[in-house]
Ligand binder design. Structure first.
Ligand code: IVH
Length: 703
């Protein structure tokens, strides 16, 4: 069973994310999506399905919508389409290659024509003729002719700059090399696609040759067109439909329909189903007809494109963002298909969430071959009563994640009926640690944390993060690399790294990017963290529900790691002493108590801690001074502190026995005002609460 970072429906609901979690996840999403883009566009070898990719992109966008301040400069939402691949020259499109606005219902299509009518101030009864053309699911290309000779072919790329695939496009049957009677400069745009039969033939050949198969026809077309050797492209039976103009010397037509006739006259293949529709009703009827017949076409289409026929109107309508106002892609509704569940497997995500996944007999639906369908959680499986061997109906629309709609109970084999409902395992399929489900939660999670390979990288990143061990120089990328290479498997390995650096394979000094200074910095960062406070230590372990303040609370209560471990050791029974001891701690509820017990009784976690204490010293927690001037008081920090970080100030206040709050209320005793303090300063004044500046705070803090 594979670890599946992307298959994991990232476990925290967006509404529940904290700022810190959102920031971390946006960073991880930027990294992952960049990698998937590279695999897809540069390598033509995606490792996740389109649906999984879309789910990641949507999650990124949803988090950005909620945390607008955290949108990264390298956010995937700022990139559209493919960057230019290495290996091909660049072509800057003289006219940008546009995208299309989408509609999913007839109502949206009517809105589109109404908008056009309003924009052009047309009378109610003035007909708006539309040319309706199938929306081909391939990749768009721009073909340039000068004085009737084919001179250049380019991919769309990001719409502004594409790749020079002149020789490759020249191999496509039906693409004219020279044309008569055309303008001196003519760019013809259209879709390069692969037919169903060729796709099957190609994938069989790929399999035979031990090469990776293509996930769908669009990827196959893209991969085939973007071959460095055009002879390989020539072997793949690619096809082309022309549908729109790019740069044109002299425009000799006055409508899209007329342009399509010209294309045919010049010898370009155009789609035979395209039709000029006098009214929107006619266009919608064509959409229904084309939709009904799409399976028999032999190539994939994912909707119908409507274009305002009159060119003068197109020019007046212009663009909205990067799409023409005069065109609309009317997508088809979810396509459904029947298939059989071969097996239900359980994937473990980076956060430890266990996600059941149905492996089905591969079916072609909605433009892709579907072999896996996420089932979210065990409740969903139970509600739908999906079992291995069941016949199921699945659906997929456009770029939407495939869904399991229902089980065809009438087709359930007897042995499947007899076997009873599917059951979620209560052990992690990867590391065999207990997988538990908290009350009120739909998701079951592996408790293996640091030893579970599905979670290890994420856990190690957390372990090294600022509020944990704070190891500079061990960022996400380095940790992933060390992990993948087997150099760091558990936290203790970080501390033996300096000693092992030259025995690694290859030695660290011989790895790209690892110069002497960088190595020295990393080693000194590691060595400077060999002693750590108990609160940070507990936080770094990534125990569920143990955030920074809970870690402090536990450290304060137990004082030493030994005391904590002794209490929790052997705590498995409902009525154990450990549970009683935890229950007696103020602010420790049953959910946290259970999470602590689950973590500390797991032998693998015990080993992680045993190994760690061999290489680091965990300091006992200095009990807060009960006599300090601020012990028992509630403090709020606001504005920028210039002489110590907010984290340090907070820690110091807590060490002195104070409580740190995020907002000013009647319960606040003291507000520390840094420069730029805003509404909280006003609140303090209104409520008559004592305020001090940073210097006064430093005196109070004994610094
Ligand atoms: S017209 C301004 N017509 O759909 C004109 N596009 O979602 C823009 N496509 O990038 C394109 N069939 O790759 C047009 N008959 C058709 C099309 C079509 C497929 C693709 C094209 C475009 C994408 C936008």
């Amino acid at each position: 069973m594979a670890k599946a970072s992307a298959a994991d429906a990232r476990s925290i609901a967006i509404d529940d994310l904290t700022d810190a979690q959102a920031k971390k996840e946006l960073a991880a999403l930027a990294r992952e999506l960049a990698e998937h883009d590279w695999r897809y566009y540069q390598q033509d070898a995606p490792t996740i399905s389109d649906e999984q990719y879309d789910a990641l992109r949507r999650r990124n966008e949803a988090i950005e919508a909620r945390f607008q301040d955290l949108v990264r400069a390298d956010s995937p939402s700022k990139r559209v389409g493919a960057p230019v691949a290495a290996g091909f020259g660049k072509v800057v499109h003289r006219h940008p290659m546009l995208s299309l606005q989408n509609a999913f219902s007839e109502e949206e299509v009517r809105d589109f024509t109404d908008r056009i009518r309003r924009f052009l101030s047309l009378a109610e009864d003035e007909p708006v003729a539309l040319v309706a053309e199938p929306k081909i699911d391939g990749l768009s290309a721009s073909l340039r002719y000068e004085n009737g000779k084919y001179v250049q072919g380019a991919t769309r790329g990001d719409g502004i700059t594409g790749e020079d695939v002149t020789a490759n496009i020249a191999t496509i049957a039906g693409v004219p090399k020279s044309i008569r009677g055309a303008p001196a400069v003519l760019e013809v745009r259209g879709e390069v696609y692969m037919g169903g039969e060729e796709f099957v033939r190609l994938n069989a050949a790929q399999e035979k040759a031990g090469k990776q198969q293509y996930a769908n026809r669009r990827n196959a077309a893209a991969g085939s067109l973007r071959q460095i050797d055009p002879a390989v492209t020539a072997e793949r039976q690619l096809k082309f439909f022309a549908y729109s103009p790019g740069e044109v010397g002299e425009v000799t037509w006055s409508s899209q329909w007329e342009f399509l006739q010209k294309l045919q006259k010049w010898g370009f293949p155009t789609n035979p189903l395209a039709k000029r529709c006098a009214t929107v009703d006619e266009a919608l009827a064509l959409h229904r007809d084309i939709g009904a017949g799409r399976k028999g076409l032999g190539y994939d289409i994912d909707g119908v494109v409507y274009k305002v026929d009159r060119l003068d109107w197109q020019q007046r309508l212009g663009m909205v963002s990067r799409a023409p106002r005069w065109a609309l892609a009317h997508k088809f509704a979810a396509e459904q298909a029947e298939t059989i569940v071969r097996k239900i497997v359980v994937y473990v995500g980076r956060t430890g969430a266990l996600t059941p996944l149905a492996q089905v007999e591969p079916v072609h639906v909605g433009g892709v071959t579907i072999a896996n369908i996420g089932l979210h959680n065990e409740d969903v499986v139970a509600e739908k009563d999906v079992r291995e061997g069941d016949t199921v109906i699945i659906q997929r629309a456009g770029d939407v994640i495939p869904q399991l709609v229902s089980v065809v109970k009438a087709k359930r084999p007897k042995n499947v009926a007899k076997a009873g409902p599917w059951e979620m395992p209560d052990r992690c399929p990867i590391c065999k640690s207990a997988a538990t489900r908290e009350e009120g939660e739909a998701v079951r999670r592996c408790t293996g944390g640091l030893i579970c390979s599905a979670q290890a990288v994420e856990r190690l990143i957390h372990f090294c993060s600022r509020l944990a061990f704070d190891i500079r120089g061990l960022g996400d990328i380095q940790i992933s690399q060390f992990w993948e290479n087997g150099d760091i498997q558990e936290p203790a390995d970080i501390f033996t790294l300096p000693k092992r650096a030259e025995q690694l394979k290859p030695p660290l000094s011989e790895r790209p990017g690892w110069g002497e200074t960088k190595m020295r910095n990393l080693f000194s960062a590691v060595n400077s963290r060999r002693t750590i406070g108990l609160d940070r230590f507990l936080y770094s372990l990534g125990i569920r529900h143990v955030g920074e303040s809970t870690a402090r609370l536990l450290a304060m209560h137990f004082g030493s790691l030994d005391a904590l471990r002794t209490t929790l050791d052997g705590a498995r029974d409902e009525d154990s002493d450990a549970r009683a001891a935890l229950d007696s701690i103020d602010q420790v509820g049953p959910v946290l108590a259970q999470a602590l017990i689950d973590f500390f009784v797991e032998p693998a976690n015990k080993k992680v801690i045993d190994d760690l204490v061999e290489v680091v010293t965990v300091e006992e927690f200095a009990k807060p001074a009960s006599t300090s001037a601020i012990s028992g008081k509630t403090i709020v920090f606001t504005g920028t502190l210039e002489k110590m970080t907010r984290d340090e100030a907070k820690a110091r206040a807590q060490q002195l026995g104070a409580k740190v709050a995020g907002s000013v209320s009647k319960k606040t005793d003291l507000v520390v005002l840094g420069p730029g303090a805003g509404s909280k300063a006003k609140d303090a004044e209104r409520l008559g609460i004592t305020t001090i500046d940073e210097d006064e705070w430093l005196t109070l803090a004994g610094k």
